[in-house]
Design a protein around this ligand. Structure first.
Ligand code: NA7
Length: 556
C-alpha cells in the first residue's frame, strides 16, 4: 500500500498552550469552528493530521472525485464577501476546485496561523482536577485546553478490505482516500478496483477510457442515477451570487438541507402515467432530486420503493448492452435510495466497453491478493494497479482511532461499543467539556449546511461558558436517555435503517461493526434545529455546569 507523499508545509503553528479550545481537524467543520472561536477572542488551536487544510477534500484525491450536491449550496454561507468573491466553475465541483475553495477560505480568514499540520491526535485525556483536556499527538507532543472540539469528519477512517495476501501485491495499490497528491499514471495499465460504492463509481467512470483494462470486483451493486453536471455559465454565476440568501433559505427548509424538497404526492396514489413522467423528469434533472426530492412514500413504503427500484432497474437495462451484466448491476438486496445514492456520469455505459469487465464476487469470491494481482475462485487476474474503493468505518470510526478517556479513565471506545450515547449529537454522556461537530446523532445531509448550524450552536455554548466563567459542562443522564430514544424513534419506518451500509454503522472489514446502529438523527434538519435551538434559547438548562457537572462526572 502506498501513501500520499507529503510536501513542504506552507505555514504551521506549533503547540504551546494551554489553549482555551483545541479543535481536532481542519476540514470544512474545523475551519469554520476556528473562525467562530476567534470571533469570541478565545485562544484556539487546531490539530490536523494532513499537511494542509481540507479534510475530506484533502485526502480524497482519487480520479473523478466531485460533489453530488450543488456546489453553490455546499459552500460556507457565513460570509457575504466570501460568497461574492468565490466562483464555482461547475454545478457539481470536482475535488481540486473544492480543495482550492477551502484553501481560499483559509487564506482569506488567515486561519493557518492557528493550525498545526502533520499532527495526528492519538489520545485525549480529561484532567478532573484541572477541568481540562490534554491531547497527545503521534509525535508524543502534548497540548491542553479547557474544551476539546472534535471535527473529525464522519468519513475519515478509511478501511482496507480484509483479504489475505494484501501486503504481497507487487504492483501499486491505493485506497481512494489516500490517493497520491502527484497522481497515478494509469494510462494503458491493467487496473483492478474493489468496491462499487459512490467513490468507486466516480473512479470507474473516470478512468475506464484511459486504462488498458479495468476489472471491477463487485460485492454489492448500488443504485445510481445521473448527476447531469455542467459548467456554470456567466449568467448563472451572476444569478447564483444574487440569490445566495434564497438558496440557503431553501436549504434550511428541507429535511436534508439539500435544495431538493420531497414531493408531497405519493407514488402509490398517483396514476402510473403520472408516476412514470415524474421519475423520467427526475432522472433527467441534475442532483439528488431523484433521491430526496422524490414522492413522499418512496423511502418509507416498501411497495412504493419497489416501483422506484423497478424504474431504476429499467434504466440500467436500457443503458447496459449485455443483459447479463445489466442484471449483475441491479441491486437485489436493497431498494432504490435506501443506501446513500451515488450520482454518476456515464457509469453504466462503462460496462459496454471492451476493456472493462465486471466480476461478481458473490459468484466467484476473491480468495486472496497474490503478488501479481487478485485470485478469485475461478481465475487469476494480473494487475499493475489495484484500487481499494472500500469505504470507511463511518461516523464512530474516527473516534475509535483516538484513545479518548474521560473522568476515571473511562474509555469512549468502550462506551461506544454499541449505540453511542450523545446529547443532541454534540455532547457525550460522561465526557465533560468534549464537544463534537457532526458526531453521531446529528442531522446530516448537505454536510456544510449541517456543520454551520452545529458549529454555531457549539460556539453559543462556548460563549455562554466563557461569559459566565464556567469551567465544566456535562450532560444530564435523563436528557441523554431522552435524546437517544428520540434518535431511535426517528428512524422507525425509514427503509434505509433496514439496510447495511456505513450510514447504519456496518463495515464488514471492521471487527465488531457487523451490527446496525443508529448513527444519525433522521427526524429532519428542521426538527433538529428546533430542538437544539430551544436548548440554547432556554439558557442550556438541560446541561450541567461546574460543581453540578463535577458531581455528575464522579458518578459511575
Ligand atoms: P462505501 O459506499 O462504503 O462503498 C464501499 C464499497 O467497497 C462497497 O461497494 C463495498 O461492498 C466494497 N467493499 C468493502 N470491503 C470489501 C471487501 N472486503 N470485498 C469486496 N468489496 C468490499 O464507500 P465509498 O467510499 O464508496 O462512499 C462513502 C461515502 O463517501 C458515500 O456514501 C458518500 O457520502 C461519499 P459492500 O457494499 O460492503 O458489499
Amino acid at each position: 500500500m502506498q501513501t500520499p507523499s507529503t510536501e513542504t508545509i506552507p505555514q504551521t503553528a506549533t503547540a504551546s498552550g494551554p489553549f482555551d479550545v483545541i479543535v481536532i481537524g481542519a476540514g470544512v467543520a474545523g475551519l469554520y469552528q476556528l473562525y467562530r472561536l476567534r470571533e469570541l477572542g478565545l485562544r484556539a488551536r487546531v490539530f490536523e493530521a494532513g499537511s494542509d487544510v481540507g479534510g475530506t477534500w484533502y485526502w480524497n484525491r482519487y480520479p473523478g472525485a466531485r460533489f453530488d450536491s450543488e456546489s453553490w449550496s455546499y459552500g460556507y454561507s457565513f460570509s457575504k464577501e466570501l460568497l461574492q468573491e468565490w466562483e464555482w466553475p461547475e454545478h457539481f465541483a470536482a475535488q481540486p476546485d473544492t480543495l482550492r475553495y477551502l484553501n481560499f477560505v483559509a487564506d482569506k480568514f488567515d486561519l493557518r496561523r492557528d493550525i498545526q499540520f502533520l499532527s495526528r491526535v492519538v489520545a485525549a485525556q480529561f484532567d478532573e482536577d484541572a477541568d481540562h483536556w490534554t491531547i497527545t499527538l503521534e509525535s508524543g507532543e502534548q497540548a491542553s485546553a479547557r474544551l476539546l472540539i472534535t471535527a473529525l469528519g464522519p468519513l475519515s477512517a478509511y478501511t482496507l478490505p480484509v483479504i489475505p495476501g494484501r501486503e504481497e501485491f507487487k504492483g501499486q495499490a491505493f485506497h481512494t482516500a489516500r490517493w497520491p497528491r502527484e497522481g497515478v499514471s494509469l494510462a494503458g495499465k491493467r487496473v483492478g478496483i474493489i468496491g462499487t460504492g459512490a467513490t468507486a463509481i466516480q473512479v470507474i467512470q473516470t478512468i475506464a477510457s484511459e486504462v488498458g483494462s479495468l476489472t471491477v470486483f463487485q460485492r454489492t451493486p448500488n443504485w445510481a442515477a445521473p448527476l447531469h453536471n455542467r459548467r456554470i455559465t456567466p449568467e448563472e454565476q451572476r444569478r447564483i451570487k444574487a440569490t445566495y440568501a434564497e438558496i440557503f433559505e431553501r436549504c434550511r427548509q428541507t429535511s436534508t438541507c439539500f435544495i431538493h424538497q420531497t414531493d408531497p404526492r405519493k407514488a402509490l396514489e398517483v396514476s402510473p402515467e403520472e408516476r412514470e413522467a415524474f421519475w423520467e423528469k427526475l432522472y433527467a434533472e441534475p442532483g439528488f432530486g431523484i433521491w430526496v426530492g422524490n414522492f413522499a412514500d418512496v423511502l418509507v413504503d416498501k411497495k412504493a420503493n419497489a416501483l422506484a427500484s423497478e424504474f431504476a432497474a429499467r434504466k440500467i437495462r436500457q443503458r447496459v448492452t449485455d443483459p447479463a451484466v445489466a442484471d449483475k448491476l441491479i441491486p437485489k438486496d436493497h431498494g432504490f435510495g435506501t443506501r446513500r445514492l451515488p450520482l454518476e456520469s456515464g457509469y453504466y455505459e462503462v460496462y459496454n466497453r471492451a476493456n472493462v469487465r465486471l466480476v461478481d464476487i458473490n459468484e466467484t469470491p476473491i480468495e486472496r491478493i497474490t503478488p501479481e494481482g487478485v485470485r478469485t475462485s475461478a481465475e487469476d487476474f494480473p494487475f499493475d494497479v489495484l484500487i481499494y474503493a472500500t469505504g470507511f468505518d463511518g461516523v464512530t470510526g474516527p473516534y475509535d482511532r483516538i484513545d479518548i478517556r474521560g473522568p476515571g479513565g473511562r474509555r469512549l471506545k468502550d462506551d461506544w461499543e454499541g449505540m453511542p450515547r450523545t446529547y443532541l449529537g454534540m455532547l457525550i454522556d460522561g465526557f465533560p467539556n468534549l464537544l463534537m461537530v457532526l458526531g453521531p446523532h446529528t442531522a446530516r445531509g448537505n454536510i456544510p449546511r449541517n456543520i454551520e448550524e452545529i458549529v454555531d450552536w457549539l460556539t453559543g455554548l462556548v460563549a455562554h461558558m466563557h461569559k459566565n466563567g464556567l469551567r465544566r459542562v456535562e450532560t444530564r443522564r435523563e436528557e441523554v436517555d431522552r435524546w437517544v430514544s428520540e434518535v431511535e424513534q426517528a428512524v422507525e419506518g425509514l427503509l434505509f435503517s433496514e439496510v447495511n451500509s456505513w450510514q447504519t454503522g456496518v463495515n464488514r472489514n471492521v471487527e465488531g461493526r457487523q451490527v446496525r446502529r443508529v448513527l444519525g438523527y433522521y427526524g429532519g434538519a428542521l426538527a433538529y434545529r428546533q430542538r437544539t435551538g430551544d436548548v440554547a434559547v432556554g439558557g442550556y438548562r438541560e446541561l450541567l455546569f461546574d460543581a453540578e457537572a463535577a458531581r455528575r462526572s464522579a458518578r459511575p
